[in-house]
Design a binder for this molecule. Structure first.
Ligand SMILES: Cc1cc2nc3c(=O)[nH]c(=O)nc-3n(C[C@H](O)[C@H](O)[C@H](O)COP(=O)(O)OP(=O)(O)OC[C@H]3O[C@@H](n4cnc5c(N)ncnc54)[C@H](O)[C@@H]3O)c2cc1C
Length: 501
């Protein structure tokens, strides 16, 4: 490894280059610094502050996605069976994040947990015979699994009025409704979490943070290292830095940089950007009546990430209510990006996939344009499906972050649209990128462990790294889905340490 870097020096070589300062880069840097304190790391961020894009609290919904309330994680198949495997896997991945954050709290790397994570019951709420039946089936299957054993179900109006008073306003026993509740769901300020992690890293001599610095391109050298072109947005100067390993944690900017790397693995990938907006309520009389996250069912034709939800958010210690997201059509890949992002992402190797996805998803495009054109009263009508007495004047619109969904080449349709997250890494492990944004920040630790497994497999094979990994994430290498005893042990610790029970 190269020697630890002196922060004052202008030495432009580094072991690890992290592009972007969102939750993904911060998590990877934190894990690597724990595994090998001698690795030199440089984090490069184009904006003047860290964690200011999707990771910033108001740019995402702050839901600790664990499958407790998200009905799109448990689809019903053609035979009428509810499939729960995705919810089990996401729940287990979220437990990996909780374990690592617990470790960081115990080490005093993270401050008191309430500054970034708060217990907030997660509910799913549905109405009408079909959806109530779906929810009951989903509940029975999930409840039978140790991961979801604490889930509750009710179709009793009086019970539901206690659980979710705002949602139950004006509802009578005549309307068939039901909900499930999971009491130790979470609301997470991913921005605060990331800022704390980076603040701690920045105290290390081995870590260098370059703000206002944009990665413009990168090229693999004959010596196996990456030469990366950096543009200083303030001085307008261009420099280069040489890195042994590059992580493209640039959120919506990752695809462009991956394409610039020219690695064979990136061929055929494209991106489909979706914007988001929220209705926000700061009226304390309303905010104080709701202390949960309530997820409904997505409208017909809506993409899975636009499932409507009415959420308590706790940001800077202050509760607020958020409803949305209203997905919309956009051509920008980053909130603070360019309207030309989509066009510039078209390449010979992905153009067929991109056009096929466009052609085969006209309904989605129309839906997104329709959403973007909505007026305040029509958005309020959607909110009133969950909160019937919502008053227009109590709510205002805020722009959320952008999600760039993955487009991939495929044989059958020429191209397919995916709503998950994917790590794309070079075969030699010298570069990796994270594409997509769902389930997102909640599973950042599992996603970054996957980067380490793919790109640092030799080091991970050593006793030192393997032992340390078990300290960071005690369930590492074992299955929380299959091992109920391990789950109990792990969960007892995380609920206590993160003050979630
Ligand atoms: C509307 C919405 C709702 C969401 N809700 C949830 C939720 O409830 N729960 C959840 O877990 N996840 C949620 N997510 C997803 C979550 O926000 C993201 O998965 C996560 O924040 C991504 O982190 P990141 O570090 O990859 O990207 P980002 O936080 O976007 O960080 C990327 C950084 O890279 C920088 N950058 C880009 N290009 C360059 C360049 N060329 N040079 C230097 N820097 C560059 C950017 O400025 C940015 O700071 C939501 C996302 C959206 C948009």
């Amino acid at each position: 490894m190269t020697t630890a870097k002196n922060k004052q020096s202008t030495s432009l070589t580094t072991d690890i280059l992290l592009v972007g300062s969102g939750v993904m880069s911060a998590t990877l840097a934190s894990l690597l610094s724990e595994l090998d304190s001698e690795l030199s790391m440089t984090m490069v961020e184009r904006l003047p502050n860290v964690a200011a894009e999707s990771t910033y609290a108001w740019n995402n919904a702050g839901t600790g996605h664990a499958g407790y309330c998200e009905l799109n994680y448990t689809p019903m198949n053609a035979q009428g069976d509810v499939e729960i495997s995705r919810a089990l896997n996401i729940n287990a991945s979220f437990e990996v994040s909780l374990q690592y954050w617990s470790y960081l709290v115990e080490q005093n790397t993270l401050p008191t947990p309430q500054t970034f994570i708060n217990a907030t019951p997660h509910l799913s709420f549905v109405w009408g015979d079909t959806d109530v039946e779906f929810l009951r089936k989903r509940y029975e299957l999930l409840k039978a699994h140790p991961l979801f054993a604490d889930m509750e179900f009710s179709d009793d109006v009086e019970t539901l009025k206690e659980w979710i008073p705002l949602v139950m306003q004006q509802r009578t026993a005549k309307q068939k409704v039901a909900a499930t509740r999971f009491n130790y769901g979470t609301d997470i300020d991913f921005g605060a979490l990331t800022r704390c992690i980076i603040e701690k890293l920045n105290t290390l001599n081995t870590f260098d943070l370059k703000l206002n610095t944009q990665v413009k391109g990168l090229k693999k050298q004959k010596n196996g290292r990456w030469k990366v072109r950096l543009f200083d947005n303030v001085s307008k100067k261009t420099t280069t830095i040489e890195a042994k390993f590059v992580f493209l944690g640039a959120g919506g900017g990752a695809l462009k940089l991956l394409q610039s790397s020219g690695i064979a693995e990136c061929k055929g990938y494209g991106g489909f950007p979706v914007s988001g907006q929220w209705l926000v309520c700061n009226n304390p009389d309303i905010v104080n009546q709701h202390a949960t996250k309530v997820y409904g069912k997505a409208a017909l034709g809506a993409p899975p990430m636009s499932v409507p939800h009415l959420d308590t958010r706790i940001i800077n210690g202050k509760p607020a209510l958020l409803f949305g997201p209203y997905a919309g059509f956009t051509t920008k890949f980053l909130k603070q990006g360019s309207y030309f992002d989509l066009v510039k992402s078209l390449k010979l190797n992905n153009i067929k996939a991109m056009f096929n996805v466009g052609k085969n998803n006209m309904d989605l495009t129309k839906y997104l344009i329709g959403e973007a054109m909505q007026t305040h009263p029509s958005r309020m009508n959607t909110l009133r499906q969950l909160y019937p007495q919502a008053v227009n004047a109590d709510w205002h619109l805020e722009n959320a972050g952008k999600r760039v969904q993955i487009i991939k080449k495929c044989d059958e349709k020429g191209g397919k649209l995916e709503f998950g997250t994917e790590i794309v890494a070079a075969e030699d492990g010298s570069i990796a990128a994270l594409l997509g944004a769902s389930p997102g920040a909640s599973v950042s630790v599992q996603a970054m462990i996957q980067v380490i497994e793919q790109c640092f497999s030799n080091q991970l094979g050593t006793k030192a790294w393997a032992t340390k990994m078990k300290t960071l994430v005690p369930s590492y290498g074992e299955s929380l889905v299959a091992d109920a005893t391990l789950l109990k042990k792990v969960r007892t610790r995380t609920l206590k340490t993160l003050k979630l029970s």
